[in-house]
Design a protein around this ligand. Structure first.
Ligand code: ADP
Ligand code: MG
Ligand code: MG
Length: 210
Protein backbone atom coordinates (compact mmCIF):
# COMPACT_ATOMS: atom_id res chain seq x y z
CA UNK A 1 0.00 0.00 0.00
CA UNK A 2 1.63 3.20 -1.21
CA UNK A 3 0.67 6.74 -2.00
CA UNK A 4 1.14 7.87 -5.63
CA UNK A 5 1.41 11.38 -7.09
CA UNK A 6 -2.31 11.22 -7.93
CA UNK A 7 -3.08 10.36 -4.30
CA UNK A 8 -1.01 13.31 -3.11
CA UNK A 9 -2.90 15.60 -5.50
CA UNK A 10 -6.23 14.19 -4.27
CA UNK A 11 -5.08 14.68 -0.67
CA UNK A 12 -4.22 18.30 -1.38
CA UNK A 13 -7.61 18.86 -3.02
CA UNK A 14 -9.27 17.39 0.08
CA UNK A 15 -7.27 19.90 2.12
CA UNK A 16 -8.51 22.75 -0.08
CA UNK A 17 -12.11 21.65 0.58
CA UNK A 18 -11.56 21.15 4.32
CA UNK A 19 -10.04 24.60 4.71
CA UNK A 20 -12.93 26.24 2.84
CA UNK A 21 -15.54 24.29 4.78
CA UNK A 22 -13.97 25.22 8.11
CA UNK A 23 -13.00 28.78 7.26
CA UNK A 24 -15.52 30.34 9.65
CA UNK A 25 -14.40 28.20 12.58
CA UNK A 26 -10.78 29.25 11.95
CA UNK A 27 -11.85 32.90 11.78
CA UNK A 28 -13.68 32.57 15.12
CA UNK A 29 -10.71 30.91 16.80
CA UNK A 30 -8.36 33.63 15.56
CA UNK A 31 -10.83 36.35 16.56
CA UNK A 32 -10.58 35.17 20.18
CA UNK A 33 -6.77 35.38 20.48
CA UNK A 34 -5.47 36.94 17.25
CA UNK A 35 -6.66 39.29 14.52
CA UNK A 36 -9.42 37.09 13.12
CA UNK A 37 -7.90 36.43 9.71
CA UNK A 38 -6.62 32.85 10.01
CA UNK A 39 -9.61 31.37 8.15
CA UNK A 40 -9.24 33.88 5.33
CA UNK A 41 -5.48 33.39 5.18
CA UNK A 42 -5.82 29.61 4.95
CA UNK A 43 -8.66 29.78 2.44
CA UNK A 44 -6.81 32.23 0.19
CA UNK A 45 -3.66 30.09 0.41
CA UNK A 46 -5.35 26.81 -0.41
CA UNK A 47 -7.41 28.30 -3.24
CA UNK A 48 -4.08 29.40 -4.72
CA UNK A 49 -2.81 25.83 -4.21
CA UNK A 50 -5.85 24.49 -6.07
CA UNK A 51 -5.30 26.86 -8.99
CA UNK A 52 -1.59 26.11 -9.27
CA UNK A 53 -2.08 22.33 -9.07
CA UNK A 54 -4.44 22.57 -12.06
CA UNK A 55 -1.95 24.70 -14.02
CA UNK A 56 1.22 22.76 -13.23
CA UNK A 57 0.19 19.04 -13.32
CA UNK A 58 3.04 18.00 -11.01
CA UNK A 59 4.64 14.65 -11.84
CA UNK A 60 5.97 13.52 -8.45
CA UNK A 61 4.83 13.74 -4.82
CA UNK A 62 7.67 16.23 -4.25
CA UNK A 63 6.43 18.44 -7.08
CA UNK A 64 2.91 18.51 -5.58
CA UNK A 65 4.32 19.48 -2.19
CA UNK A 66 6.58 22.13 -3.71
CA UNK A 67 3.74 23.67 -5.72
CA UNK A 68 1.70 23.74 -2.51
CA UNK A 69 4.53 25.44 -0.63
CA UNK A 70 5.19 28.16 -3.20
CA UNK A 71 1.46 28.87 -3.60
CA UNK A 72 1.03 29.31 0.17
CA UNK A 73 4.14 31.44 0.55
CA UNK A 74 3.22 33.76 -2.33
CA UNK A 75 -0.48 34.18 -1.46
CA UNK A 76 -0.67 34.36 2.35
CA UNK A 77 0.50 37.43 4.24
CA UNK A 78 -0.12 36.17 7.81
CA UNK A 79 2.27 34.15 9.95
CA UNK A 80 0.66 30.84 8.99
CA UNK A 81 1.40 31.18 5.24
CA UNK A 82 5.19 31.15 5.43
CA UNK A 83 5.08 28.59 8.26
CA UNK A 84 2.88 26.09 6.41
CA UNK A 85 4.79 26.98 3.23
CA UNK A 86 8.08 26.04 4.87
CA UNK A 87 6.49 22.84 6.18
CA UNK A 88 5.45 21.75 2.68
CA UNK A 89 8.78 22.84 1.19
CA UNK A 90 10.74 20.71 3.67
CA UNK A 91 8.36 17.81 3.06
CA UNK A 92 9.02 18.18 -0.68
CA UNK A 93 12.76 18.00 -0.11
CA UNK A 94 12.29 14.91 2.07
CA UNK A 95 10.20 13.25 -0.66
CA UNK A 96 13.09 13.70 -3.11
CA UNK A 97 12.77 11.74 -6.33
CA UNK A 98 10.37 9.13 -4.93
CA UNK A 99 7.48 8.17 -7.20
CA UNK A 100 5.44 6.78 -4.30
CA UNK A 101 5.30 7.17 -0.52
CA UNK A 102 4.92 4.34 1.98
CA UNK A 103 4.04 4.78 5.65
CA UNK A 104 7.64 5.37 6.70
CA UNK A 105 8.08 8.01 3.99
CA UNK A 106 4.93 9.83 5.13
CA UNK A 107 6.25 9.87 8.70
CA UNK A 108 9.60 11.20 7.44
CA UNK A 109 7.81 13.96 5.49
CA UNK A 110 5.87 14.99 8.57
CA UNK A 111 9.09 15.07 10.62
CA UNK A 112 10.72 17.29 7.97
CA UNK A 113 7.65 19.56 7.98
CA UNK A 114 7.87 19.98 11.77
CA UNK A 115 11.60 20.74 11.54
CA UNK A 116 10.81 23.40 8.94
CA UNK A 117 8.15 25.06 11.10
CA UNK A 118 10.39 25.15 14.16
CA UNK A 119 13.40 26.41 12.15
CA UNK A 120 11.31 29.22 10.75
CA UNK A 121 9.10 30.16 13.71
CA UNK A 122 11.31 29.16 16.65
CA UNK A 123 8.28 28.00 18.64
CA UNK A 124 8.72 25.23 21.16
CA UNK A 125 6.15 22.78 22.35
CA UNK A 126 3.84 24.40 24.87
CA UNK A 127 4.10 27.86 23.24
CA UNK A 128 0.47 27.45 22.03
CA UNK A 129 1.08 27.28 18.28
CA UNK A 130 0.65 24.89 15.38
CA UNK A 131 3.81 23.14 16.66
CA UNK A 132 1.79 21.68 19.56
CA UNK A 133 -0.45 19.79 17.12
CA UNK A 134 2.26 18.92 14.60
CA UNK A 135 4.80 17.60 17.11
CA UNK A 136 2.45 15.00 18.61
CA UNK A 137 1.23 14.13 15.11
CA UNK A 138 4.81 13.39 14.02
CA UNK A 139 5.41 11.18 17.05
CA UNK A 140 2.22 9.22 16.41
CA UNK A 141 3.09 8.92 12.71
CA UNK A 142 6.55 7.55 13.51
CA UNK A 143 5.16 5.04 16.03
CA UNK A 144 2.55 3.82 13.55
CA UNK A 145 5.04 3.66 10.66
CA UNK A 146 7.40 1.59 12.83
CA UNK A 147 4.63 -1.01 13.13
CA UNK A 148 4.68 -1.35 9.32
CA UNK A 149 1.43 0.54 8.76
CA UNK A 150 0.76 2.06 5.32
CA UNK A 151 0.48 5.77 4.49
CA UNK A 152 -3.23 6.12 5.27
CA UNK A 153 -2.93 4.44 8.66
CA UNK A 154 0.04 6.68 9.43
CA UNK A 155 -1.92 9.80 8.42
CA UNK A 156 -4.94 8.68 10.46
CA UNK A 157 -2.90 8.26 13.60
CA UNK A 158 -1.20 11.61 12.95
CA UNK A 159 -4.59 13.31 12.52
CA UNK A 160 -6.00 11.83 15.73
CA UNK A 161 -2.90 12.85 17.66
CA UNK A 162 -3.10 16.37 16.16
CA UNK A 163 -6.65 16.65 17.52
CA UNK A 164 -5.40 16.04 21.05
CA UNK A 165 -2.36 18.28 20.52
CA UNK A 166 -4.68 21.07 19.36
CA UNK A 167 -7.06 20.53 22.31
CA UNK A 168 -4.12 20.68 24.68
CA UNK A 169 -3.38 24.25 23.52
CA UNK A 170 -6.61 25.47 25.20
CA UNK A 171 -5.26 26.06 28.74
CA UNK A 172 -1.87 27.32 27.52
CA UNK A 173 -0.63 30.90 27.57
CA UNK A 174 0.70 31.86 24.13
CA UNK A 175 4.41 32.62 23.88
CA UNK A 176 4.69 33.06 20.09
CA UNK A 177 2.72 34.87 17.42
CA UNK A 178 0.00 37.48 17.86
CA UNK A 179 -1.77 35.56 20.63
CA UNK A 180 1.29 36.14 22.83
CA UNK A 181 0.39 39.87 22.93
CA UNK A 182 -2.61 38.87 25.07
CA UNK A 183 -0.46 37.24 27.74
CA UNK A 184 -2.57 35.37 30.32
CA UNK A 185 -5.75 36.29 28.46
CA UNK A 186 -4.78 33.89 25.67
CA UNK A 187 -5.48 30.95 28.02
CA UNK A 188 -8.83 29.20 27.61
CA UNK A 189 -8.84 29.28 23.79
CA UNK A 190 -7.82 26.75 21.16
CA UNK A 191 -4.95 27.89 18.94
CA UNK A 192 -6.18 28.41 15.35
CA UNK A 193 -2.98 27.21 13.69
CA UNK A 194 -3.04 24.00 15.74
CA UNK A 195 -6.63 23.43 14.62
CA UNK A 196 -5.53 23.93 10.99
CA UNK A 197 -2.84 21.27 11.36
CA UNK A 198 -5.47 18.78 12.55
CA UNK A 199 -7.86 19.75 9.74
CA UNK A 200 -5.18 19.27 7.08
CA UNK A 201 -4.07 15.90 8.43
CA UNK A 202 -7.67 14.61 8.59
CA UNK A 203 -8.17 15.75 4.98
CA UNK A 204 -4.96 14.00 3.86
CA UNK A 205 -5.96 10.82 5.69
CA UNK A 206 -9.32 10.78 3.91
CA UNK A 207 -7.91 10.58 0.40
CA UNK A 208 -4.15 10.12 0.47
CA UNK A 209 -3.89 6.54 -0.86
CA UNK A 210 -5.59 3.14 -1.31
P1 ADP B 1 -1.31 36.16 11.82
O1 ADP B 1 -1.07 35.84 13.26
O2 ADP B 1 -0.15 36.82 11.18
O3 ADP B 1 -2.61 36.88 11.60
P2 ADP B 1 -2.58 33.65 11.11
O4 ADP B 1 -3.74 34.16 11.86
O5 ADP B 1 -2.85 33.16 9.73
O6 ADP B 1 -1.42 34.74 11.05
O7 ADP B 1 -1.91 32.43 11.89
C1 ADP B 1 -1.87 32.38 13.28
C2 ADP B 1 -1.31 31.03 13.70
O8 ADP B 1 0.06 30.93 13.33
C3 ADP B 1 -1.32 30.83 15.20
O9 ADP B 1 -2.54 30.28 15.62
C4 ADP B 1 -0.15 29.87 15.44
O10 ADP B 1 -0.55 28.52 15.41
C5 ADP B 1 0.73 30.12 14.25
N1 ADP B 1 1.98 30.78 14.64
C6 ADP B 1 2.19 32.09 14.84
N2 ADP B 1 3.48 32.33 15.15
C7 ADP B 1 4.10 31.12 15.14
C8 ADP B 1 5.45 30.68 15.35
N3 ADP B 1 6.44 31.53 15.64
N4 ADP B 1 5.71 29.35 15.25
C9 ADP B 1 4.73 28.47 14.94
N5 ADP B 1 3.46 28.84 14.72
C10 ADP B 1 3.15 30.13 14.82
MG1 MG C 1 -4.41 36.02 12.37
MG1 MG D 1 -3.02 38.57 10.39
Amino acid sequence: MVCTTQHVIAAMRAAVRAVSENRDELVELDRAIGDGDHGENMERGFLAVDTQLRLVSPGTPAAVLKTTATSLISSVGGAAGPLFGTAFLRAATAAGERETLDGAAVAALLRAALDGVTARGRAERGDKTMVDALAVAVEAAERTADEGTGPIGVLRSAATAADSGARETIPLVARKGRASYLGERSAGHLDPGARSVALLLHAFAETGGD
